[in-house]
Design a protein around this ligand. Structure first.
Ligand code: GLU
Length: 300
C-alpha cells in the first residue's frame, strides 16, 4: 500500500501540464523549465500533458502554440503527449469506485446557494478553502442513505471529506496522511490532519455536471498514469495538494514528491495571466529574444 514514501532508486519523472486556453507566458516558461531542469539534473524524463478537461475553453490552436513555444525553448518530451480529453473513461471509473464506496454524493447547489448557506450563520466572509467557499454540506445532509446505481449524470459529485478520511483511517496499517515538499530548498514532510482537512478543505467537487472530472481528480489520476515521481508547479496550488494526497490514498495511487515553486509576477507584483500578452513567450520571440534571455527573465 502507498504510504507517501518515494523509492530513492526510482527514475525521476517530472511533467509540465498546461491548459490550452491561451498563450504561454513567462510564468509557464518558468514552470516548464523547473520541471525540465529537475528531470535533466536527475537523468530522468520530462513529460508533457495537455490539461484540456475544460473543453469549453480548450482550443487546438493554443495547443499547437504550446508545442511550438516549448520546442523553441529547447525542451522535448516523449510522444504521444497525454491529453485529459482522452482520459474521460479513466476518470469515470475512479468516480464509480468512490461512488460504490459511498464516498461521493450528488450536489445540485448553485454557486449562489452555496454562498447563501455558507454565510447564513456567520458574520463576515464565510471560510474559504483551495476551491473557494467551503461547501456547507447542504446536499450531503439531504442525500439518500443508500447507494443508488448508476452514478448520477445530472449533478455535480462531491467528495464526502469526513467519510473519506474515516475510510482511510480504518484501513489496516494506515500511515498518517503526508507528502514531501521540496519547494523551499530542502525536503520537508507535510502532515495532513483529519480535522484540519474537514475544516479547511471540506467536500470538494470531483465532477461537474458539464465536465466529467474536476482538476483534482484528473491531476491525481494523470500523474499516477504517467508515473510522475516529482510534481513541480506554482505555489498557488500548494493548498490543493492535501486534496490530491487524500485522493491518492483513497484510490491506492502513489504520492509523488511535490515542489511548489515561486510565481512569476509582473512589475506591479501581480501574477501573470493568460491575457497578459505582453509577457507571452511568442511576444519575446517576435522581439528577437533568445532562450537564454527567457531563462534570465525568469531568474534561472
Ligand atoms: N493545468 C494547471 C495549470 O495550467 C497545472 C496543474 C498542475 O501542475 O498540477 O495551471
Amino acid at each position: 500500500m502507498n504510504n507517501g514514501a518515494q523509492d530513492p532508486d526510482k527514475k525521476t519523472i517530472t511533467r509540465f501540464a498546461p491548459s490550452p486556453t491561451g498563450p504561454l507566458h513567462l510564468g509557464h516558461a518558468y514552470a516548464a523549465l523547473v520541471a525540465w531542469d529537475m528531470a535533466v539534473e536527475a537523468g530522468g524524463d520530462f513529460l508533457l500533458r495537455i490539461e484540456d478537461i475544460d473543453q469549453s475553453r480548450a482550443r487546438a490552436h493554443w495547443e499547437a502554440r504550446i508545442y511550438d513555444d516549448l520546442r523553441w525553448l529547447g525542451l522535448w518530451w516523449p510522444e504521444p503527449v497525454m491529453r485529459q480529453s482522452d482520459n474521460l473513461q479513466r476518470y469515470r471509473a475512479a468516480l464509480e469506485q468512490l461512488w460504490a464506496a459511498d464516498l461521493v454524493y450528488p450536489c445540485t447547489c448553485t454557486r449562489r446557494d452555496i454562498q447563501q448557506a455558507a454565510s447564513a450563520p456567520h458574520e463576515g466572509t464565510p471560510p474559504h478553502g483551495p476551491d473557494g467557499v467551503i461547501y456547507p454540506g447542504t446536499c450531503r445532509r439531504a442525500r439518500a442513505r443508500f447507494v443508488p446505481d448508476p452514478l448520477p449524470q445530472d449533478a455535480a459529485l462531491r467528495l464526502d471529506m469526513r467519510a473519506a478520511l474515516d475510510a482511510i483511517a480504518r484501513r489496516p496499517f494506515a500511515a498518517p496522511l503526508h507528502f514531501t515538499e521540496t519547494g523551499d530548498g530542502s525536503a520537508r514532510r507535510v502532515t495532513i490532519g483529519h480535522d484540519q482537512a474537514i475544516k479547511t478543505i471540506g467536500d470538494v467537487v470531483l465532477a461537474r455536471r458539464d465536465m466529467g472530472s474536476s482538476y483534482h481528480l484528473s491531476v491525481v489520476l494523470d500523474d499516477a498514469t504517467q508515473g510522475i515521481t516529482h510534481v513541480t508547479r506554482g505555489r498557488d496550488l500548494y493548498e490543493a495538494t492535501a486534496i490530491h494526497v487524500i485522493l491518492q490514498r483513497l484510490l491506492d495511487l502513489p504520492t509523488p514528491v511535490y515542489h511548489h515553486h515561486r510565481l512569476i509576477r509582473d512589475d506591479a507584483g501581480q501574477r501573470l495571466a493568460k491575457r497578459d500578452d505582453a509577457r507571452a513567450i511568442a511576444t519575446y520571440r517576435d522581439q528577437g529574444a533568445s532562450q537564454a534571455d527567457i531563462r534570465r527573465l525568469v531568474g534561472l
